[in-house]
Ligand binder design. Structure first.
Ligand code: NAD
Length: 493
């Protein structure tokens, strides 16, 4: 269903995509989707549950078992379908970006970038489809030993609300390239783009049942996917506590599990760094997407001799961040995803103050009366933070950063690693030896030096420790969606 993009658009009644059909929930129930910039209801979506998940898994299994189906297609043909899908998504950039912005409160320019990013991910896996192959191995016994890479079957993909379409593309792309069939569940706060993309998949030529999209609460619909005996693998992005629950639910049939979870990433600034560049670029490493980013560099660890300079420059750069209506092209930071999330982040501002940290800038609602009805919060910088404080230890998932001084390289690494998380981080230094020693010393899956760039479609992405299991993106992701079969052939005459 094409979406009405006019300002007077009514409330659209969205449908799930199961077995090639657009459908309501089995029991007809729905839930409301709210625009966090206005508080208004913009759509309803089916409140799917176990029965709907059962239907989607059956459809996906039928598509997988079809003797002429998706998994049996020549890899190049699968790749061409993925390329068509990528092009269709790109052609619908304006529509999808508009949906995402209204649904999540992220700036329209960011939403557009995210749609294009998702399209590039599908393009990458379009090219990957016919480059998935095994090995020949010189085993001891005489004969030929070779490995086959095979799809797992039906895979369940559960994604969060912070980058709804992008996170879906990270999972759908490699899963489909490898020949699996999918049941995708978007977060209840942000289902709009996933449902629309489910429709576009049918236009792109994926056979019915290859991509199914089910909406509904995590505790019921999500849990039904994670526990379903017909699902061979579950890929999840979301909170660490939810990831732990997914592992428990997946244990029933020993599903393969990959998890991309939370973070509390350090941004380490040595005294010999280009401090001005650090301060100009780093606000976006923590305030972009209103801080709702698993890679947010939410702890700035700064060498004591440049502490005051860093605080001053970083605070000045933060004051320049343009907070405003997400629909405005000039806006850099829109709303949080919901009023509940905004209130949660505001609570952390109070916690920081009560712990004795100094709020240098931000943390309040914007003064512009035009923004009074939205879930806005001005980016907040706390100084005088100790790593033991809750604001430095817990994932706030909002526009809040903590500045913590250190004295030595060893202390910087100790502080960086004093967290149960290990997703990403940055190191700033002109001394390449020191920068690389620090990068090697940090227990995290994604590190950057003299920049804050975490994500590259072609390179592995994922977490150490409680930030996850497995590596998405690049060819690493193919490992998450394939089984390896070893075949030994006796060559005796
Ligand atoms: P969440 O864990 O609340 O929800 C994520 C998804 O899981 C949603 O679709 C939700 O409906 C579903 N879900 C919830 N409970 C479930 C259950 N019991 N069983 C099955 N599914 C269930 O996370 P969120 O609030 O949507 O997203 C924010 C979190 O995601 C943050 O912690 C963030 O760090 C993390 N995140 C991590 C990465 C990464 O790549 N490491 C990327 C983006 C977001």
């Amino acid at each position: 269903m094409a979406i009405d993009q006019t300002a007077s658009a009514g409330i659209s009644a969205l449908k799930m995509v199961i077995g090639g059909q657009t459908v309501d929930a089995a029991d007809g129930q729905t839930f409301e989707i709210v625009n966090p910039a206005t508080g208004g209801v913009i759509a309803t979506a089916p409140l799917g549950g176990k029965a709907d998940v059962d239907g989607a898994v059956e459809a996906a299994q039928r598509a997988f078992d079809d003797p002429k189906g998706w998994g049996t297609w020549a890899a190049g043909k699968r790749g061409r379908t993925l390329a068509k899908f990528a092009a269709l998504i790109k052609d619908h950039t304006d529509e999808l970006a508009w949906l995402e912005t209204r649904n999540t409160g992220k700036p329209i320019s960011s939403s557009r970038g995210e749609v294009v990013g998702a399209s590039l991910v599908f393009d990458y896996y379009a090219g990957a489809a016919n480059k998935i192959f095994g090995q020949t191995i010189p085993v001891t016994k005489p004969g030929l030993d070779l490995t086959l890479r095979e799809p797992i079957g039906v895979v369940g993909l559960i994604v969060p609300w912070n980058f709804p379409l992008l996170m879906a593309s990270w999972k759908l792309g490699p899963a489909l390239a490898a020949g699996n069939t999918c049941v995708l569940k978007p977060a209840s706060l942000s289902p709009m783009t996933a449902l629309r993309v489910g429709e576009l998949a049918l236009e792109a030529g994926f056979p019915p049942g290859v991509i199914n999209v089910v909406t509904g609460p995590g505790g019921t619909a999500g849990a039904a996917i994670a526990a379903h005996p017909g699902v061979g693998k579950v890929a999840f992005t979301g909170e660490t506590t939810t990831g732990q629950e997914i592992m428990r639910l997946a244990a029933g049939n020993v599903k393969k599990v990959s998890l991309e979870l939370g973070g509390k990433s350090p941004n380490i600034v040595y005294a010999d760094a280009d401090i001005e560049r650090f301060a100009a670029e780093s606000p976006y490493s923590v305030f972009d997407n209103c801080g709702q980013d698993c890679c947010a560099r939410s702890r700035i660890l700064v060498e004591r001799s440049v502490h005051d300079q860093v605080v001053e420059l970083f605070a000045a750069a933060t004051r320049k961040v343009v907070v405003g209506d997400p629909a405005d092209e000039a806006t850099e930071v829109g709303t949080l995803v919901s009023f509940k999330q905004r209130d949660r982040v505001r609570d952390y501002i109070e916690i920081g103050l009560s712990e004795g940290a100094t709020l240098v800038v931000g943390g309040e609602a914007p003064t512009d009366p035009a923004l009074a009805d939205g879930a806005y919060l001005m980016p907040a910088v706390f100084d005088g933070v100790r790593n033991e404080m809750r604001i430095a230890g817990e994932e706030i998932f909002g526009p809040v950063v903590s500045i913590i001084p250190f004295d030595t390289e060893a202390e910087a690494m100790r502080l960086a690693n004093a967290t149960p998380y290990g997703l990403s981080g940055s190191v700033w230094s002109r001394d390449i030896g020191k920068a690389l020693r620090t990068a090697r010393g940090i227990q995290a899956g994604v590190l950057s030096v003299n920049c804050n760039s975490s994500v590259h479609t072609e390179a592995p992405f994922g977490g150490y420790k409680m930030s996850g299991i497995g590596r998405e993106l690049g060819m690493s992701a193919i490992d998450l969606y394939t089984e390896t079969k070893n075949v030994f052939i006796d060559l005796r005459p």
